[in-house]
Design a protein around this ligand. Sequence first.
Ligand SMILES: Cc1cc2nc3c(=O)[nH]c(=O)nc-3n(C[C@H](O)[C@H](O)[C@H](O)COP(=O)(O)OP(=O)(O)OC[C@H]3O[C@@H](n4cnc5c(N)ncnc54)[C@H](O)[C@@H]3O)c2cc1C
Ligand code: SF4
Length: 571
Amino acid sequence: MANLNIDSSKVRSYDAIVIGSGIAGGWSAKELCEKGLKTLVLERGRDVQHVKDYPTTNMYPWQFEHRNEIPFDVKQENPVVSRCYAFREDAQHFFVKDTEHPYVQEKPFDWIRGYQVGGKSLLWARQTQRWSDFDFDGPARDGFAVDWPIRYGDLKPWYDHVERFAGISGNKDGLPELPDGEFLPGFPLNIVEKYFKEQVETKYPGRKVISARCAHLSKPNQIHIDQGRVQCQNRLLCQRGCPFGGYFSSNASTLPWAAKTGNLTVRPDSVVHSILYDDEKGKAIGVKVIDRNTKEEIDFYGKLIFVNAAALNSNLILLNSKSKRFPNGLGNDSETLGKYVAFHNYSARISAEYEGLLDYKVDGKNPAGGGYIPRFRNLHKQETDFLRGYAAGFGAYRSSGSDQSGMGEDLKNSLLNPKLGNWGVGSHMMGETIPKESNYVALDETMKDDWGIPQLKISVDYDDNDAKMKKDYLDTMEEMFTAAGFINIKRNESSQAPGLDIHEMGGVRMGLDPKTSMLNKWNQVHSCPNVFVTDGSCMTSTSTQNPSLTYMAFSARAVDYAVNELKKGNI
Ligand SMILES: Cc1cc2nc3c(=O)[nH]c(=O)nc-3n(C[C@H](O)[C@H](O)[C@H](O)COP(=O)(O)OP(=O)(O)OC[C@H]3O[C@@H](n4cnc5c(N)ncnc54)[C@H](O)[C@@H]3O)c2cc1C
Ligand code: SF4
């Protein structure tokens, strides 16, 4: 048989390469494949196939060796990931363990990651709110970061586009600070959540309590059924991977859809080392990969490159992509790469009890998690001594307990018929933090990972603005809880490090001026036009809303632009 040179660069050439297969990468891949581009998705983690690779999804509580607890020794070895509420026995296989992928904490930072096909889309809590003009105008109005190069109107059609496909449940609430979307029916609030809504909206004009919007199929449309997904069964076992495709994940939705086009190749176990830049051509030509298992170095080539490795890893890859033209990281003419990292401040919560409405209890489970209080601080004018504001979650549940002191029949009856107590209510803060030059990530000069890639050094912290905002959240919620007649109010200020909110953003920010930003209004690297960055690293500021829906919209919008430019011969 002829000796075929199957290792030629042609075999490793594609129209487009996407780095990362999580929420942003899945969307980039879907859009690129639908537009007819042969697309390679490079994913550092193992393959995870929808349904087949959800080993715990149908397990009963008693089938878990540790009753869904993480054993003490695992916690001790992995203190960072153990602090994440969703790191439990049933979902631990989708989380990165601290010991396996070390990083340098110049200041404490809880970096929570999911390295597998699907990334953190398997793990997220699926809260999905659009950003508004209050968010995109914010930096220009308050001067806390550079101006965004876009406004809500630029993103609106792309929010529509991604919401229709992903399936977002929510109500039309008519709030300019939280634009309505293309919703499936919202999940209803329970009786005490509704009661609190009435209390707040009557006593505090301008403040709202709405049903949280989330990426669940409350009532699927044809497009969701075509994806092979069905109605959410309200099981609340989502972080194990949902065999119904009840919630949006890359694995259930965008990746299989992209595969149907015949244009998709996914290469798991491919740790991207850097982007290859050709000084003569003046553009990126491909991506260098280290095979996760064999440690073999392989180059892949592509005309378009989408960087979607999640915010901090995209920073790492760009910082590690050095060439004659870009000695300090690809596209880094502005010297802003790695800087202006920001996050959400989730470090305060408040709980209480309510003695009213005891004739009612909760019926079923709500995957949206209950209520959402959109940002009301500093919206129409600056009214506090801190910049920007916070949103908050709000939920109510009926407490119950059973007497476990007896034996035999009595104990069985007591366990089977728990006694209902007061309602419990709780809220957590979701605060915007200010992007600052001093909050940065960089390559560590000495420490490398198992694949010979420099470890990421993270230097990110809270500031005075965060402290003032947190106090205002606690004072304001306490006042509203008191006004609603709640009792036993408990304020809880956690000393958690930044990062645990899992909404890290920035470092590769968008902007109007190439001197102060990395990306233009199309998420395109100012000085390397065939590279696009559409995950959280592109965010100029952080808003109070959960960010992932916005990454989806950015990804779809950037692909549309990139493919048009490619066809016109401009890239
Ligand atoms: C418990 C939890 C709850 C959350 N709740 C919400 C929520 O309610 N709402 C919300 O909006 N967001 C939420 N998030 C955050 C959300 O998951 C992320 O914002 C989102 O997944 C980011 O998408 P991404 O594509 O940028 O990153 P990811 O989904 O993390 O995907 C990045 C992918 O890139 C891969 N990768 C990284 N480095 C490399 C490399 N060098 N080479 C190749 N591949 C690489 C990773 O393995 C990963 O698969 C939550 C996250 C967690 C863990
Ligand atoms: S709540 Fe819905 S999405 Fe979550 S596991 Fe159950 S069916 Fe799946």
